[in-house]
Design a protein around this ligand. Structure first.
Ligand SMILES: Cc1cc2nc3c(=O)[nH]c(=O)nc-3n(C[C@H](O)[C@H](O)[C@H](O)COP(=O)(O)OP(=O)(O)OC[C@H]3O[C@@H](n4cnc5c(N)ncnc54)[C@H](O)[C@@H]3O)c2cc1C
Length: 218
C-alpha cells in the first residue's frame, strides 16, 4: 500500500508494529521480508518514486578528505535509494573486515563473518547474483582458461566477485512493496527526529516532515 505523506493532515499520527526508515536496498529488503505476516510494517521514504530536486537537496553536503563526486549527485534520495546508481559489484566480506585494526579508525564489529554467512543466499536472490558460489577453485573448474595467478596465497589471495545486473531496487521491487497489504509505504516522509525511551533501549516514535509543510508521528 502506498500513501503520499504530502496528502496527510498535518500532525497525523500513524501506528504500526515495525517502522523502517528509508526505502533503499536495506529498507526494501527488510520490508519485503515481513510481507504476508500479521504485522503492520511502516516504510518511511523521504523522497517519491522519481528524482525530486528539492528532496535531493537534503543530501547536499561538504566532502572533506578524499575528493569524490558531489554528495548531491552521487547518492539518490528517493524510492530505491542509491541502487539507482550502483555498479552491482559484489563480493564476500573477509574475516579482517570485522576485527579491530589500529590503523583503521572506528574498526571492529561485535559480529564475525560467520554470523552473516547464513544471509548470503537470500542476498544473492535479492540482488540477482546467480549461483551462491564464492570458492575460487569452483570457478577454475567451471570457467575454461580461468586460473588464479601463482602468488603466495598467504600474502595475496584470489577472490571472486559477482556482478549484479545491477538490480535497481526502485524499479524491481516497487510493485511488490506497493501491492503488499501489510506494508504501508509512505513517500515524502522524511524522518527528522527519533524519540527514544529513557534508557535509549527502544524507539518510542519518530517525526516525519516534508516540503508540503506536513508533520506526522509514527
Ligand atoms: C555511484 C555508486 C556506485 C556504487 N557501486 C556499488 C557497487 O558496485 N557495489 C556495491 O556493493 N555497492 C555499490 N554502491 C553502494 C550501494 O549503492 C549502497 O551500499 C546501497 O545503496 C546502500 O543501501 P541502503 O539501503 O543502506 O542506503 P540507500 O540505498 O542510500 O537508501 C537509503 C534510502 O533512505 C532514504 N532516506 C534517507 N534519509 C531519510 C530520512 N531522513 N527519512 C526517510 N528516508 C530517508 C533515501 O531516500 C533512500 O531511499 C554504490 C553507490 C554509489 C553511489
Amino acid at each position: 500500500m502506498h500513501i503520499d505523506a504530502r496528502t496527510l493532515d498535518n500532525q497525523s499520527v500513524i501506528e504500526g508494529d515495525i517502522c523502517i526508515i528509508g526505502a533503499g536496498a536495506a529498507g526494501i529488503s527488510i520490508a519485503l521480508d515481513w510481507e504476508n505476516t500479521p504485522y503492520k510494517v511502516i516504510l518511511l521514504e523521504g523522497g517519491g518514486f522519481e528524482y525530486d530536486d528539492r528532496v535531493q537537496e537534503l543530501y547536499n553536503g561538504k566532502i572533506t578528505d578524499h575528493p569524490y563526486y558531489p554528495m548531491k549527485a552521487s547518492r539518490l534520495h528517493y524510492f530505491g535509494g542509491s541502487t539507482g546508481h550502483w555498479g552491482g559489484m559484489c563480493s564476500e566480506f573477509d574475516d579482517i573486515d570485522f576485527v579491530k585494526r589500529d590503523w583503521v579508525e572506528n574498526s571492529g564489529w561485535p559480529i564475525k563473518r560467520e554470523d552473516i554467512a547464513a544471509f548470503y543466499p537470500k542476498a544473492h536472490e535479492i540482488l540477482d547474483l546467480g549461483i551462491n558460489e564464492w570458492d575460487v577453485s569452483y570457478w577454475e573448474k567451471q570457467t575454461k582458461g580461468y586460473k588464479r595467478l601463482p602468488l603466495d596465497e598467504k600474502v595475496i589471495w584470489s577472490k571472486m566477485w559477482h556482478l549484479s545486473k545491477p538490480t535497481r531496487f526502485g524499479e524491481k521491487y516497487k510493485d511488490a512493496v506497493v501491492k503488499a497489504k501489510n506494508i504501508h509505504l509512505y513517500t515524502y516522509a522524511n524522518v527528522v527526529d527519533i524519540n527514544v525511551t529513557e534508557n535509549i533501549k527502544s524507539v518510542k516514535q519518530v517525526t516525519v516532515k516534508n516540503y508540503a509543510g506536513k508533520g506526522t508521528h509514527r
